[in-house]
Design a protein around this ligand. Structure first.
Ligand SMILES: CC(C)(COP(=O)(O)OP(=O)(O)OC[C@H]1O[C@@H](n2cnc3c(N)ncnc32)[C@H](O)[C@@H]1OP(=O)(O)O)[C@@H](O)C(=O)NCCC(=O)NCCS
Length: 147
């Protein structure tokens, strides 16, 4: 297993990125300025994109594991890699997600704690209602951990 930086043709992984963020124009807002990594284990099984948000804050903007490889530890491996890579360069790693049973427990397992929420983020910024685990996403929940 290897984790490599994707420097060219990030859009080749758009299907994977759309698993985590289902509206392409929202992905376009961070893809070029973000640093992208791919976890390769024979094939590319997961990707993530991180951005420098200033004030020593690094944000995970997108993390997605191919459906058939979810719940096998790849997501956690990517988070651990980001922590290792950026420890010493940033103070805080943060991530924003919908208030969903499919994502919040994953981040909490990875040591993140809930920090704040942005009210109505999904209803204000997405063209259509987004449902996850049968629940409409409304607010963006931010979780953080120290690096
Ligand atoms: C969310 C996602 C990145 C998690 O990656 P993953 O590889 O499936 O998760 P892992 O196998 O690394 O899980 C790590 C730990 O979190 C736990 N976990 C993962 N998803 C969970 C869930 N929905 N509920 C409870 N625990 C969960 C695992 O059981 C594991 O616990 P352990 O360390 O005690 O064994 C992945 O499922 C995914 O790509 N989902 C679709 C895209 C998406 O929603 N991305 C996030 C956008 S905010």
């Amino acid at each position: 297993m290897d984790i490599i930086e994707v420097k060219e043709d990030k859009r080749a992984y758009i299907d994977l990125l759309l698993l985590a963020d289902e509206q392409e124009d929202m992905i376009e807002k961070y893809l070029d300025r973000g640093t992208m990594y791919a976890l390769v284990d024979n094939d590319v099984r997961a990707v993530c994109v991180v951005t420098d948000e200033g004030n020593s804050v690094l944000e995970i903007k997108n993390i997605a594991v191919k459906r058939e490889y979810q719940k096998m530890g790849y997501g956690k491996k990517l988070i651990e890699f980001i922590e290792w890579k950026y420890k010493g360069s940033y103070n805080v790693l943060k991530v924003g997600t919908g208030d969903s049973a499919l994502t919040v427990p994953f981040y909490e397992k990875c040591g993140f704690v809930k920090a704040y929420r942005v009210k109505n983020f999904f209803t204000d910024n997405y063209h259509h209602p987004i449902f996850e685990a049968g629940k409409q996403l409304v607010d963006m929940v931010y979780l953080e951990k120290s690096l």
